[in-house]
Design a protein around this ligand. Structure first.
Ligand code: NDP
Length: 500
């Protein structure tokens, strides 16, 4: 299907006719729970109530985990020939593309993402992740270790069982697919808990998974609040693993809940405060400026790999700030449903208020552009692209994740200082160095403490490349063949076949 982005008016007309599903998807169908509460999901585009979503709480989680366990135990999915599983997952990927408009529309309405992005990046990368892991199913092999003549020693990879996937709202369907696709490919059952801010796209995916032929009980989606559904899933005694992406604060609670219940495995992808280290010998200045601006203003800065800290050599500092301020003007927020919009809304009133509070409390450096809430659509939640220059690298604004379109700029004098400042963060997701010196680029990619590093680029990402961090960002890896090992466990088997 081709990519389409009609006028904001057309998208609004579609939105008006849209009846989104708001119930949990368990054991192959949408279900309601007696005693379920309902919560409002607000459209950040204009502050209106988009839908009332059911939160079935612990009973819904119990039902989903029981369905997932039953499906795992009877082997309806994990025992299916790998090629057949791959076929079904490919059909799932095709259906994601075929329902491009429906999935894309949910994003600007639910979280304020620009429609042009949602209908391309979000839909395409979700389908790509599902297809990539479908294609990987029969390409990962087990091992035969050296064995004596009378025995066979093998190490086989087996699915873990029931995987609880807890995901955020910023790239809701892409990050969900980074987890459920390798989990399904390796034969597990999944219970997905979307963020309360982005439930609707996940429920569309559930419907498409069933339509593709994923057997009942294998893929379940339970909407609800973090403290009810999220916590119940993390504490559940019959969940074998939690694959989590979200903030470091929530990650800590998930790890403690896992440890306090059945010691389930946990993989964590949490926050970031990723630096751009800019030297005075950058070869392509224009691309540098474009890339830095894109890395912090794309998705309104609500990206875990947002390049939120610039550390620049003092000799090119003034030039860089002037160019970034000029570039920021092209990222002014607009209506998420308008095709030309590059930067949409902030996902919720709470997120926007948190950003404004951090800006208000900041006492370091000077705001050289932005800093104010604006309203290209009345009632909506928007923040201007913001740059703060001359920031003390120890200040909270340079240390804490803002998760918004806010860039800090600080200077350094030499390479040693640049490296020390770049690594001076509790996080360790991504980092970039900009320099014309090949040896310096190599030194930095070795010494930067982050799970993903780039030299003379930023956010060069792909489904084939492992994604995750170190330090406070956590210890999991999404994407790449490495992710397959996150959903399997090894079994060492020794068979002695000596006769009597
Ligand atoms: P949160 O930590 O608030 O939420 C993440 C998920 O956890 C949501 O589904 C949330 O549900 C759920 N949750 C909340 N409380 C609990 C709980 N007690 N037990 C179990 N689950 C719970 O993060 P955000 O959704 O606000 O996402 C932004 C954060 O995610 C940022 O810090 C960002 O850096 C990080 N992130 C990291 C990425 C990475 O790969 N490293 C990628 C993308 C984002 P609910 O929404 O209903 O509260």
């Amino acid at each position: 299907m081709t990519e389409r982005a009609g006028s904001a008016h057309e998208w609004l007309a579609r939105a008006a006719a849209w009846m989104p599903e708001t119930r949990a998807f368990i054991d192959g169908g949408f279900v309601s729970f007696a005693g379920a509460t309902r919560f409002e999901t607000i459209a950040p585009r204009d502050g209106s109530v988009l839908a009332l979503i059911e939160d079935g709480g612990a009973p819904a989680v119990d039902a989903a985990v029981a369905a997932a366990r039953a499906a795992f135990d009877d082997g309806r999915w994990r025992r299916m020939p790998p090629r057949q599983r791959a076929e079904i997952m490919r059909r799932f990927a095709d259906l994601v593309l075929e329902h491009r408009d429906e999935l894309a529309l949910a994003e600007p309405l639910d979280v304020g993402k620009p429609i042009a992005e949602a209908s391309t990046t979000d839909v395409n990368e979700t389908a790509e992740a599902i297809r990539w892991y479908a294609d990987a199913i029969d390409k990962v092999h087990d091992e035969v270790l050296s064995s004596p003549e009378h025995a066979l020693l093998t190490v086989t990879r087996e699915p873990m069982g029931v995987i609880g996937a807890i995901v955020p709202w910023n790239f809701s369907i892409i990050i969900a697919a980074w987890k459920f696709a390798p989990a399904l490919a390796t034969g597990n059952s999944v219970v997905l808990k979307p963020s309360e801010l982005s439930t609707l796209p996940a429920l569309i995916l559930a419907r498409l998974a069933a339509e593709a032929g994923i057997p009942d009980g294998v893929f379940n989606v339970v909407p609800g609040l973090g403290d009810s559904v999220g916590s119940a899933l993390a504490r559940h005694p019959d969940v074998d693993k939690i694959a989590f992406t979200g903030s470091t604060a929530t990650a800590r609670r998930v790890v403690m809940d896992a440890a306090g219940s059945n010691m389930k495995a946990v993989s964590i992808e949490a926050g970031g405060k990723s630096p751009h280290v800019v030297f005075d010998d950058v070869e392509d200045w224009e691309r540098l400026v474009d890339t830095i601006a894109g890395s912090i203003f794309y998705n309104a800065g609500q990206a875990c790999t947002a390049g939120s800290r610039v550390l620049v050599h003092e000799s090119v500092h003034e030039r860089l700030v002037a160019d970034l301020v000029a570039k920021a003007a092209s990222w002014m927020p607009g209506d998420p449903l308008a095709a030309a919009t590059q930067m949409g809304a902030i996902a919720s009133r709470r997120q926007l208020d948190g950003m404004l509070a951090k800006l208000d409390a900041n006492r370091s450096g000077a705001v050289v552009t932005g800093g104010r809430a604006v309203a290209p659509v009345a009632g909506g939640f928007y923040l201007e692209p913001t740059i703060i220059d001359g920031v003390d690298t120890a200040a909270p604004i340079a240390q804490e994740e803002v998760f918004g379109p806010v860039l800090t700029v600080s200077t350094f004098r030499d390479e040693g200082e640049a490296l020390r400042l770049a690594n001076d963060t509790v996080y360790g997701l991504a980092a970039g160095v900009w320099t014309g010196s090949l040896s310096r680029a190599h030194r930095f990619t070795r010494e930067l403490r982050a799970g993903i590093v780039w030299a003379n680029d930023f956010n060069a990402l792909g489904i084939d490349r492992p994604f995750g961090g170190v330090k406070g960002t956590g210890a999991g890896r999404d994407k790449g063949v490495q992710a397959l090992t996150q959903y399997t466990t090894t079994k060492t088997s020794w068979v002695d076949f000596r006769g009597a």
